[in-house]
Design a protein around this ligand. Structure first.
Ligand code: GLY
Length: 556
């Protein structure tokens, strides 16, 4: 089925329905990366909106108060659970490549990847999907109008809000990049310098863009004056967008990945996110062990090895399902997992050295954002969306207030050459017209007999290992608070290194892992997980924002 500015139905609806269908939490809750966005969601639900309205309100508000992470110029995935029907659906609002894009567009004449070309300026921007996704969710799942859902974001953009320490730090870190693009520079550096914490940032152009969309719907973004302005500015600055690229963009509805880990039900996103496949493959490997009986050291060794094997398959097989045939049944098969498990040595790290070494390391502070929303009836939304790196491409078409993404870097610019996250890949994730770049974003629902949880986080390639550790924590009796707080560690096959936060390993575990042959590297705290958990037995709902950042969570 195809409708303009609407949606393409792919594999529709997962059959798994969370048993929350018969229970109602009686509370509503929001967790997001920014207090004003959390408030926007709570406000919309207080006004009679449901979780879907609130998710739209929170996402739109984040485009104003956290534009370094996500926005109308970006895209992402929203995982919905409809309590009435029991259905789960993934709304794929991922960007796609412009029609003029080619597999070698970021290579020079010698075939070398041009540093930064897929990360800076309008040539690095895919066609945004966020506006189409939010309009779809509001229209098909919300109770309020799209204009009502967007109202808090419009007010934040028009009246302004005081900059917090994180926004200030982001502006400081991106000063040189944004200086190149006058429209963005004018909005974010009003006196030609980084504004102080507490400065009230107003974004009148973004307010007008949001108002236009609120009044006329997504067509006001994908066609008409705004679209013409964006395309003209993109092309004048080295980009390749066309009016047809914008006009033809469609949200896709996809069946989520559903699976189990020792009886815990998991609903998560499918390709073009790699997240669900990689996490399920790793959990299938781990499900052959009784991790509770292992020592902490052995458990961490097995988890790291499971990550290694699953991330390797990411690089080899995964891409946009509308362009690439992927052996998903095999990757998700317990027999395949058993084969990989047999290759894991009980006392030794498995070297990743049969592939060329990759030197690039994931940057410490990637940006993207995640939300968790639940309403009184048990409707659930997990969303993870992004402009890719901080402030995306840095480019803002004049008069729009919209920062464009640099999502083209999530494609493979050249097989074997790592992207900004240190990820490698092959032709499965090569650039092609209207293809969606492979992502790691993975909003996820978990359900045990005792309750359910929503979780998701930014963090580029590390998203998957973070969600996996959160998933194991929930399985072990954790709740939203512990899920977002627990110390993290990460292995993505290449580079052959384990990155870990302070506190993730004890001194004894560090010695033990090094003895097994692991190369360990402590990194700054990373991720910004948002979670909600609902305990069926006690009726308690918890919402938690990652303590590493400035986010907030609320329950009513
Ligand atoms: N832009 C990061 C991701 O989608 O994985």
């Amino acid at each position: 089925m195809k409708t303009r500015f609407g949606v393409l139905l792919c594999l529709l609806f997962a059959s798994l329905s969370l048993s929350a269908a018969t229970l109602k939490p009686g509370h509503y809750a929001v967790a997001s990366a920014q207090p004003y966005a959390t408030q926007a969601g709570m406000q919309v639900m207080a006004e009679g909106g449901n979780a879907f309205d609130a998710a739209v309100a929170v996402s739109a508000a984040l485009s104003v108060v956290e534009p370094y992470s996500s926005g109308l110029g970006g895209g992402g995935f929203w995982l919905l659970h409809d309590a009435k029907t029991g259905q789960n659906v993934m709304v794929d609002g991922r960007e796609y490549a412009p029609a003029a894009a080619t597999a070698s567009m970021y290579q020079d004449k010698q075939g070398n990847v041009i540093p930064g070309a897929s990360l800076n300026g309008p040539l690095s921007a895919g066609i945004p999907g966020e506006v189409a996704a939010l309009a779809y969710i509001s229209r098909h799942y919300g109770k309020l109008s799209f204009a009502q859902d967007l109202a808090p974001a419009i007010k934040l953009a028009r009246d302004g809000f005081p900059l917090d320490r994180m926004f200030h730090a982001m502006l400081k870190s991106r000063e040189q990049k944004l200086k190149q693009w006058p429209a963005a520079w004018k909005v974010f550096y009003p006196d030609g310098q980084v504004p102080a914490t507490g400065y009230v940032l107003k974004q009148p152009d973004l307010a007008s863009t949001l108002e236009l969309i609120a009044r006329h719907g997504p067509r006001a973004f994908y066609t008409g004056k705004l679209a013409r302005e964006m395309v003209k500015a993109v092309r004048a600055n080295g980009g390749i967008w066309s009016l047809e690229d914008l006009r033809d963009y469609q949200v896709k509805l996809r069946a989520p990945i559903t699976g189990e880990y020792h009886g815990m039900r998991i609903v998560t996103v499918s390709p073009p996110s790699s997240g669900g496949i990689v996490m399920m493959e790793a959990l299938n490997i781990l499900s052959g062990y009784d991790l509770a009986k292992d020592s902490d050291l052995m458990r961490k060794h097995l988890i790291i090895e499971a990550m290694r094997f699953a991330y390797r398959d990411r690089a080899e097989y995964l891409g946009d399902p509308d362009f690439v045939k992927m052996p998903l049944a095999r990757l998700l098969s317990p027999y395949y997992a058993a084969g990989l498990r047999a290759a894991i040595l009980p006392e030794h790290a498995t070297p990743s050295s049969n592939l060329a070494p990759v030197t690039a390391e994931a940057p410490e502070s990637q940006h993207t954002t995640s939300i968790a929303v639940m309403d009184k009836d048990g409707n659930l939304v997990g969303g993870t969306f992004t402009v890719n790196f901080r402030f995306g491409s840095g480019f803002m078409p004049p008069h729009t207030g919209v920062i464009l993404n640099d999502e083209m870097d999530d494609f493979v610019s050249k097989p074997g050459v790592p992207n900004g996250f240190g990820l490698v890949g092959n032709s499965a994730n090569a650039i092609a017209p209207h293809k969606r770049p492979l992502s790691s974003m993975m909003p996820t629902f978990l359900e045990t007999r005792n309750g359910l949880a929503i979780l998701g986080t930014p963090g580029g390639s590390r998203i998957i290992s973070m969600v996996m550790l959160g998933t194991l924590d929930y399985f072990n009796g954790g709740d939203a608070e512990s899920i977002v707080s627990l110390p993290r560690y990460h292995m993505q096959y290449l580079p052959d290194k384990v990155f870990y936060e302070p506190g993730a390993f004890s001194a004894g575990e560090i010695t033990g892992l090094e003895k097994m042959g692991y190369s360990l590297q402590q990194v700054h705290p990373y991720g910004n997980m948002q979670s909600i958990s609902w305990n069926y037995q006690t009726g308690k709902v918890f919402a938690a924002a990652d303590p590493r950042d400035v986010g907030s969570a609320a329950v009513k």
